[in-house]
Ligand binder design. Structure first.
Ligand SMILES: Cc1ncc(COP(=O)(O)O)c(C=O)c1O
Length: 313
């Protein structure tokens, strides 16, 4: 299990490459939510998402990195690994399931990684990635079951809780669960009173159902929200979440899309769907959040062309 000292070590690496991201409160969002809301802007990372912290922490300390890495991802984990691989001169291949977001493919290729499109689902893409890693003798990087990624992502929550130590809750969008796992372990050390609340699309509830049931399950994946499109739960983040997550909410994709428009209008912020899910949770569950001090993590801004088109709908 990742521990607080691992997050502190990761901060030494991550802070050498990435400045702290801003966190702002916007009056109209506060009014709409009936709460004091802080938006943590991870969408302004150089890769457009918080995941880059995890890739940097993982590759910085990976002893066998020169033989190369293979990752499988819908996009942001891919960009994170490709970004860190370029920085450390590590050969990198990324397997993406069919019909990937073209903006994310372009971004990964521009970082110098090879993109292999294979598999109808993420589970199939994972199989292709495993085969590729075996054939090329490279290290396979899981999107979820990597303790060093959780440590790297934890640096985000050090920033949040150092700036606002008296938060009542942090709302975190969940795909594999690395972000929520990291939030929980940092909050347990720095702000034990602060609740960590996860959100996921009701159209892809594998992580949610696994957390509620206490066992790893597969679920159909019908969401259009890239970062939350996970059909199977991951063991390592689930172990953390079982200890530290206060609650786990499911949201409809249409509510997440509406929150994306609100962030564009009232926080002048381009988010992808996953990055807007925490705001959608505040608006869909007013009784849980009203009159409290809440941080919502705008985890990413890599909206594809269809997402950008619907912002003015
Ligand atoms: C923008 C964005 N937000 C949230 C998530 C979910 O994060 P995690 O997989 O750590 O649960 C992802 C995952 O790729 C993402 O890309």
């Amino acid at each position: 299990m990742t521990e607080m000292r691992d997050v502190l070590n990761a901060r030494r690496v991550v802070s050498g490459y990435l400045p702290e991201t801003p966190m702002w409160s916007y009056p109209v969002l506060n009014q709409l939510a009936g709460a004091e809301v802080y938006v943590k802007h991870e969408n302004v990372q150089p890769t457009g998402a918080f995941k880059v912290r995890g890739g940097l922490a993982l590759l910085a300390g990976m002893p066998e990195r020169d033989r190369g890495v293979v990752a499988y991802s819908t996009g942001n984990h891919a960009q994170s690994i490709a970004y860190a691989a370029r920085l450390f001169g590590v050969p990198c291949s990324i397997v993406m399931p069919e019909n990937p977001n073209p903006a994310k493919v372009a971004a990964v290729e521009a970082l110098g990684a090879r993109v292999v499109v294979a598999g109808a689902t993420m589970v199939e893409a994972a199989g292709h990635a495993r085969d590729l890693a075996d054939a090329e003798g490279r290290r396979l990087v899981s999107p979820g079951d990597e303790p060093e990624i959780i440590a790297g992502v934890g640096t985000l929550y050090l920033e949040v809780l150092t700036r606002q130590p008296d938060l009542d809750a942090i709302v975190v969008p969940i795909g594999s669960g690395t972000g929520a796992a990291a939030a929980g372990l940092v909050a347990r050390s720095l702000a034990p009173h602060c609740q960590i609340i996860g959100v996921q699309s009701a159209q892809a509830p594998a992580a949610h159902d696994s957390w509620r049931l206490g066992e790893l399950v597969h679920r159909p994946m019908k969401t259009t929200i890239d970062g939350l499109a996970t059909g199977s739960a991951f063991a390592v983040p689930q172990r953390h979440m079982r200890e530290t997550l206060t609650d786990f909410l499911l949201l409809d994709d249409t509510d997440i899309r509406a929150a994306q428009r609100l962030l564009a209008t009232h926080a002048h912020t381009l988010t992808e769907g996953a990055g807007a899910a925490p705001l959608a949770a505040l608006l869909a569950h007013p009784a849980t959040f009203a009159n409290r001090k809440i941080a919502i993590i705008c985890t990413g801004g890599n909206a594809g062309p269809a997402e950008i088109a619907q912002l003015s709908a």
